[in-house]
Design a protein around this ligand. Sequence first.
Ligand SMILES: NC(=O)c1ccc[n+]([C@@H]2O[C@H](COP(=O)([O-])OP(=O)(O)OC[C@H]3O[C@@H](n4cnc5c(N)ncnc54)[C@H](OP(=O)(O)O)[C@@H]3O)[C@@H](O)[C@H]2O)c1
Length: 313
Amino acid sequence: MGDENEIVCVTGAGGYQASWLVKLLLLRGYKVHGTVRDLSDEKNAHLKTLENAAENLQLFKADLLDFDGLLKAIDGCSSVFHVACHVLSTTLQNPQVEMIRPAVEGTCNVLKACSIAKVKRVVMVSSIPHWPKDQVMDEKCWSDKEFCKTCEIEGYSYAKTEAEFQAFEHAKAHGLDLVSVCPSLIIGPLLQPKMNTSTLLLLNFTRDGVEAIENNDWMAVDVRDVAEALLLVYKKPEAQGRILEQGVICKFSSEKLQKLGWRYRALETSIVDSIEDFYEKGLLDKILISPACLYARAFWLMKLITYTSAVSL
Ligand SMILES: NC(=O)c1ccc[n+]([C@@H]2O[C@H](COP(=O)([O-])OP(=O)(O)OC[C@H]3O[C@@H](n4cnc5c(N)ncnc54)[C@H](OP(=O)(O)O)[C@@H]3O)[C@@H](O)[C@H]2O)c1
């Protein structure tokens, strides 16, 4: 798998993770159909500036609830990277309508369109499961949906779990080749102008510090490493089902992905690159807080983060 003249589709192309994936695919010679919700929105303009975008990137307007729009984007593609999802936010008025339905029904729409278009493989981005702290997490671990419903008002974990579950049900019923990739907290520089939820978290940690933090194992992965993992699992026919990927760590097994050859960068690199990027974008003021102080603060905070990456396939 992975003939580099292929046409592949990336949903939610203008988002944080998807932008890095589109960049990587274009660099490797793929032709990319990217879906965005608004073709004229400036927040997607960075995609047009990526190397090879002029010749090889075509954008399509498609909401996840717009089946016809998705089918148009997916038609003619040999594979689909389903990345789009409303990511955890505290400002939702109606989580069922704004988060859960688009994630679950939208994923089903993507999978149905993939079946109709007869794509060879679908790689979807899910999320690491909620799992007891004292137990090793591996590819057999799924979040308890009922528990998810009780732990966040916004329903993000529930939406991701149910969407991934439904995707595998569809794949099984229709003989579709599906691999799901479950990252932990994603950090690293941004290509898009708009902050996403996970980088905003790192920015807030770095800029404002925190008075208290939960004594828990946090896990993080670099956005560029996730893009490489997505392409790797697409290209390796032996990649099947779910895989968890991991950096340095304990309670998290990603043996399956590492056996495919996935490598990840050091936590320090991700933090330094993130902070440099925050400076470049004017999000951190060197005059107010010295760089040394910021790095120290970020490293101290990130010491609490178990550097891990999660991909399930
Ligand atoms: N960031 C993390 O720490 C993290 C961790 C684990 C898993 N993930 C997963 O990784 C994927 C990408 O996350 P991200 O951090 O890159 O988020 P992001 O920057 O917020 O990107 C999300 C993308 O999904 C699109 N989208 C949202 N709702 C949509 C809908 N109803 N129809 C069509 N497109 C829709 C957004 O489009 P608009 O710009 O138009 O809203 C945006 O392009 C998601 O599946 C997320 O669940 C992320």
